[in-house]
Design a protein around this ligand. Structure first.
Ligand SMILES: *Cc1c(COP(=O)(O)O)cnc(C)c1O
Length: 222
């Protein structure tokens, strides 16, 4: 099937209230344009330099989402245009995003990455880390970021029960924290679900899915 056919099929299978982030990492601008011409405006990348190259070449009404693990020293390359940063998992990175956002006189929206997978390899904060972050005075000083919710990745396993329970954990954390709104903490987004598990994620309360290979085809590298 073509990119457009894949995209239409996925759009039809998800509720209107769920945002589809089309993950275009490693794919050429031609592929992104195909999806763009079919109406898709939200794209996700996992490498800052690749995203900023694509930003320069493509229409300016695209919303670029950074979904990969962040290196603080590269935040400056996307501070001008990034729409949402999904994978924030340290105070140091939040501080750097705030600093770069300030330079561009903007407020950058972020999601905190929560560690929900049992596997050791995944990045992310624990619920305890987040609770400590939320009561820190230092966080309150960061007026050029807005934390809009949470992102999580389930274990790479076939067992649907495990995946479902990890997504459910993220939803429960969200429920627990959503009322603790502050000036720069306004959770409304739960970013969870990829090509293989987005349907389960939506059933478990996802509001934003990050789908790559089911739209653009498989990748040779990540
Ligand atoms: C690559 C990637 C995706 C998309 O993966 P697919 O399995 O191709 O849908 C989603 N989220 C993150 C963080 C990724 O790095």
């Amino acid at each position: 099937m073509s990119i457009v056919e894949n995209l239409k099929k996925i759009q039809k299978s998800i509720p209107k209230s769920v945002t589809l982030v089309a993950v275009s990492k490693t794919k050429p601008v031609e592929d992104i344009l195909e999806a763009y011409q079919a109406g898709q405006r939200v794209f996700g990348e996992n490498k800052i330099q690749e995203m900023s190259q694509k930003f320069q070449e493509l229409p300016k009404d695209i919303e670029w989402h950074m979904i990969g693990h962040l290196q603080s020293n590269k935040v400056k390359y996307m501070a001008e245009f990034v729409h949402l940063i999904h994978g924030v998992d340290s105070f140091k990175t939040l501080k750097e995003i705030n600093k770069q956002a300030l330079k561009h006189n903007r407020v950058i929206d972020c999601l905190l990455q929560l560690k929900i997978a049992k596997e050791d390899t995944k990045f992310g904060l624990s619920i305890k880390d987040i609770e400590a972050l939320l009561i820190s005075d230092e966080l309150k000083k960061l007026s050029n970021i807005n934390i809009k919710g949470f992102m999580g990745m389930a274990s790479f396993v076939d067992d649907e029960k495990i995946i479902r329970s990890e997504f459910n954990t993220l939803k429960e954390y969200f429920n627990k924290l959503e009322k603790r709104t502050t000036a720069n903490f306004n959770p409304s987004i739960i970013s969870m679900g990829m090509s293989g598990d987005y349907k389960i994620a939506i059933e478990e309360g996802s509001t934003m899915v990050r789908v790559g290979s089911a739209i653009f085809g498989s990748r040779n590298y990540n």
